[in-house]
Design a protein around this ligand. Structure first.
Ligand code: SF4
Length: 384
């Protein structure tokens, strides 16, 4: 088992993390769905307390940093009034991803969230424990989930834990996922944050023989082996009637939010620093005009960074400035960004996605530009 700190530091509103630049809070929306009116309230609350932007995290959460330490009661009450804190006890365990384009998963996700909050024993899940719901497309199964449910059709689906899976009907999915989470809470040794920390994660599956790792998943309809379909992260652009709007460096501004609110009453925050606007395709130009990224090409669609210096005390590398300068260089020199790159200031690699090239403390803007524009086989300074 990997060595892990004894304290679960995942922040929430009621237990902020104190960073170099002040208090940091994280707000969770199961499945990422959020009313644009609420999003506007959050950005306004952040701005009124000294934080000019709201960040999107790699787990599809909202994050506000550089807040006063300690948080004022007025700030806490203002966020609570938005409805984003339905359970004080379960605040930090409501980490639930869902395929952003799959509207037919919304009810399932809502039912699961309600069941999660109704189970007192699950308040002690680690804050890093991640649930995921997908449809047949396999969207979000690319992420580092602990327990996932892939609904193949109205009548069939697969419960996924570690490398194992079991057929579970959609109407039984909520109960089955709650049971897996309860088993984790009950049996995981101290210091285990994720199912990956267990010797045999598949043992958490219902009615599973111990150490039956890697057994084939059987489709209940035909008995055939069914492996989970896993889709790549959604790239910015128009998908059917929806828009996947990239948020440059994951920094959501009031201007972005105003544009989103003009197009839709609700958006879906993705784990890829983007916002899905269902039904937003006819208004894609207004989103682009507000600075959101609506094409898959270009550096702003491919570049991300941790917060770095001066906000984080673990580095002296100004990662965000490096990334911004690199993106501007790529645009001004008419270069072609072909690689997904994440710039971090230290080996903690915060916010690293599954398919990113990770640049650890790149010394220069040219290094970031090179990583963005050079095929993956070439050696890049600082790349790990
Ligand atoms: S990767 Fe390192 S420098 Fe960047 S935010 Fe995380 S701890 Fe700070």
């Amino acid at each position: 088992m990997s060595e892990r700190p004894a304290l679960d530091r995942c922040p929430g509103l009621l237990r902020p993390f104190i960073a170099e630049d002040g208090a940091l809070v994280r707000l969770r929306m199961p499945g990422g769905r959020l009313a644009t009116s609420v999003l506007r309230e959050v950005v306004e609350i952040a701005g009124a307390n000294g934080a000019p932007v709201v960040q999107l995290t790699s787990r599809g959460n909202l994050q506000v940093r550089a807040l006063p330490d300690p948080l004022s009661l007025a700030l806490i009450e203002a966020v609570e009034a938005t409805g984003l804190l339905p359970s004080a006890s379960h605040e930090r365990v409501r980490n639930i991803l869902a395929a952003p384009l799959a509207r037919d998963l919304d009810d399932l996700v809502d039912s699961f969230d309600a069941a999660l909050m109704a189970e007192p024993r699950l308040a002690s899940l680690p804050g890093r424990f991640l649930f995921a719901f997908s449809d047949a497309s396999g969207s979000v199964l690319s992420e580092r989930w602990d327990v996932a449910y892939q609904r193949h059709s109205r009548k069939s689906g697969t419960l996924l834990v570690g490398d194992g899976g079991a057929p579970v009907k959609p109407e039984d999915a909520v109960t089955a996922m709650i049971e897996v989470a309860l088993r984790f809470v009950e049996f995981a040794p101290e210091g285990a944050w994720n199912v990956r920390d267990l010797p045999n994660p598949s043992d958490l599956l219902p009615h599973r023989a111990p150490h039956d790792e890697g057994a084939p998943r059987r489709d209940p309809r035909d008995g055939a082996t069914r492996r989970p379909v896993v889709a790549r992260p959604l790239a910015p652009g128009v998908v059917g009637d929806a828009v996947v709007a990239g948020v440059p460096l994951g920094m959501l501004t009031l201007e972005h939010v105003e544009a989103l609110a003009h197009v839709a009453d609700e958006v879906v925050i993705t784990p890829w620093r983007s916002v899905v606007v269902r039904g937003g395709a006819p208004r894609v130009e207004s989103l682009r005009s507000a600075g959101l990224v609506t094409e898959p090409e270009g550096p702003w669609a491919r570049l991300s960074a941790c917060v770095g210096a001066p906000s984080c005390r673990r580095t002296t590398v100004p990662t965000l400035d490096l990334a911004r300068s690199a993106a501007e260089t790529v645009v001004s020199q008419r270069l072609t960004a072909t690689q997904d790159v994440h710039v971090v200031g230290c080996e903690r690699r915060c916010g690293t996605g599954i398919s990113n090239r990770v640049l650890v403390a790149p010394p220069t803007v040219d290094d970031v530009v090179s990583a963005l524009t050079t095929p993956a086989t070439a050696a890049i300074r600082g790349e790990q």
